[in-house]
Each structure stands twice: as C-alpha cells, then as structure tokens.
Design a protein around this ligand. Sequence first.
Ligand SMILES: Nc1ncnc2c1ncn2[C@@H]1O[C@H](COP(=O)(O)OP(=O)(O)OP(=O)(O)O)[C@@H](O)[C@H]1O
Ligand SMILES: [Mg+2]
Length: 324
Amino acid sequence: MSELLRVEDLRVYFYTYAGVVKAVDGVSFTVRKGEVFSIVGETGCGKSVTARAITKLIKPPGRIVGGRVLFEGRDLLKLSEKEIRRIRGKDIAYIYQDPSSSLDPLYTSGYQIAETITVHNPGTKLKNALKKAIEILRDVAIPDPVKRARNYPHELSGGMKQRVVIGISVSNKPKLIIADEPTTSLDVTVQAQVLDLLQELRKKYGTTIMLITHNLGVVAEVSDRVMVMYAGKVVEIADVYTLFTNPLHPYTRGLLSAVPNPLEKIDEIKPIPGFVPDMINIPRGCRFRPRCSYATQRCLREPPLIEVEPGHLVSCWMYTGGDE
Ligand SMILES: Nc1ncnc2c1ncn2[C@@H]1O[C@H](COP(=O)(O)OP(=O)(O)OP(=O)(O)O)[C@@H](O)[C@H]1O
Ligand SMILES: [Mg+2]
C-alpha cells in the first residue's frame, strides 16, 4: 500500500498564561492509502491537536511550531490559508464527535451537503448538487432520503445527524477522512451502524480513514494499524493484530489491561496507576517514567522511537538494545 500522509516531527504548542503546553511534541507517523489508521491514548495526550494540525486548524494561543505534514508529497504546513481551505473538505474531511456542532441549524440536511459540493466544484448548479445530495443521503443509509433532504437538523435523530455529517464529509470523495471520536455521543447500536457505514464507504470509494477513539473494542474491530500516544508523544505504532497480541510499551500494555481485551481473555483488569502529567511541567526523559513500574536511570533520557520488527515501532529503552 502506498503512502498518503506522512507527518514528520510535528510540534504544536499552546502559549497559555500558565506556561507553554507542548500538546504535540515531535510526532511522526505515516498513513497508507486505503487503510484505517487509529490513534489511541488517554484524554489530553494530543490526539485531536495532531488531527487538527494536519490541515492547520490550530487557533491561538496554539501554534504549529515545527514539523512537516506531507499529503501526497506536498507539505500542507507550507500552504497559504486559501490553498489549505481548498484541501479541507475536499481532499481531507473531518467528522467530529458531536454531529450537532457540525451542522447549521438554519439549513436543511440536503442543502448542507449540496453546499459543500458547490463550494468545492464551482460551476455546479445548486439543483444538480441537491440531486446529488439525495444520492449521498441514500449512500449513508438514511431512510426516505428525498424527504430527509428537506429536514432541518432538529428534525433528525442523533444517529441520522451523524450520517448527514458523514454525508457532507464524503460528498467530495475525500482521499482522507479524519474521524475524531465520531461515535462517542451516539448510543451503542447507532455507534456500530456508523462504523459499518464508514467501512462501507471506504470499500466503495477507497477512502483512507484516520480514526480517533477511546474505545479499544472499536479499534480492534476496524483498524489496520494503530498509533498509541502519551503526553504529546508517539509511544508505539503497530498493525492492529501485533498491537493487541504483542504490545511492547508499558503504557500500551497498561492501556490494554485497563479494559477487557477484545481479542484475548484476561481475568484481571488493572488500571494504570497515576495520572497523565501536567502538560506544562512534563517529566524529564520518558514522559511515562513516573507511572512506569520498569523505569530505571536511563529513562531520564528521552527514548527514541525505533522499529523493533518490521512495522512495529516503540519508544522505550527496554527495546533499544542499549545498556542500563
Ligand atoms: N486551546 C487550547 N489552549 C490550551 N491548551 C490546549 C488547547 N487545546 C488543547 N490544549 C491542550 O493540548 C493537549 C492535547 O489536547 P487534545 O485535545 O489533542 O487531547 P486528546 O488526546 O484529543 O484528548 P481527548 O481524548 O480528551 O479528546 C491537552 O493537554 C490540552 O489541554
Ligand atoms: Mg480529542
């Protein structure tokens, strides 16, 4: 599979009154064409900031202070606001947690899909875009799409709203969909339907999906590869099977044993002791050190992210082959 996105040494800092929050601090990864690439990690570890920085959606006091985001070989961070706007919504689309906040209460669902189409395809007549919107509503499995196209967001259920949001995001056949907790606000059955829908759209259009979720069951079910983040850093990247069967980083292991493992039966559920560090006073060296039961003197130095077997990257001194 060829590479669609390559993020290199991305750094996003927030300059707050209390100090500098290094929300994303040297994050590197690649996303291959057509895969589902998931990002997991505890709250505040920098998942959403990473996702938003890809299309420069970082507002003050935040600033992208370093790195490159190569999308089909082009560095998006170098583009002007006008150029990046053409990519956002067309080549790269976002789906957020709360569908209500992505929809405009004043316009019908059909109109909102049609508008995205006309914005990115100047010259398309609204009438034709509206027809296309109905097809898209059908694609996202909304019953009675002709009628639903005329509905305003408040006339739709939460699950239907999220389908409309997905409809908007796929309306221009994006190459990459970034879904940030797309199912969190939905009930369990609707969550499953929305995930199935994303999978179907991927099959139909070959869309690449970057999925951010807390739900490791979902990750195990839908991902090809998984990246684990901790306190603004990547701690481990592996294909989904390897990650769940042979997690290496103590944080990944903790994360997996903090919930019932979806692939293996385990009898003991141990939460990770301690808390995510204060992002202003980040621990020296390995950021997981204060919570890690394997920590030694060498962990006062920052571990590099190294490939321990093909496609399996981990950032922990235990796997570098170095001395104590
Ligand atoms: N506007 C902001 N000002 C200051 N700090 C911010 C701002 N936005 C994000 N941060 C900080 O950046 C860090 C990363 O936040 P981010 O939203 O990426 O976390 P996350 O991994 O997506 O968490 P969650 O799972 O809760 O969504 C956090 O420590 C957060 O407090
Ligand atoms: Mg988030």
